[in-house]
Design a protein around this ligand. Sequence first.
Ligand code: CMP
Length: 138
Amino acid sequence: ATNRTFTMIKPDAVSNGHIGAILNDIIAAGFKIIAMKYTSLTAETAGQFYAVHAERPFYGELVSFMSSGPIVAAILEKDNAVEDFRKLIGATDPSKAEPGTIRNKYAKSIDANAVHGSDSDENAEIEGRFFFNAFERH
Ligand code: CMP
């Protein structure tokens, strides 16, 4: 079924100049852009966005990294969007990401891993609403 996922191009990929290449890969893979913005997270909003990870050992590093510079946030639509987007970006740890995946091509480390992708339809909806109101979804 056609459904939606949510992504962020993370501060590492933005500062390394990969916004255009990553958007090209996303569009070439058949995803339609429903909403998109160039923005940034504060420590507070990053902490809220990643609240599900609050008890994990990497939470502090994650929040500090995600609030370290601008990001691109987007809602994407495609048949089987959540699963297909996770295949397109590759494993969370870029050293384990398959050749050709976005993280294999553009990521440096498990924190600076270039992109975020929702892990379920439910989280895609929650994450999309965190960044975009109804007027910003097209
Ligand atoms: P993301 O998909 O944005 O969701 C949570 C992020 O935490 C993840 O990408 C990684 O960048 C980061 N992270 C850091 N360490 C770990 C870890 N051990 N397991 C999972 N995610 C991690």
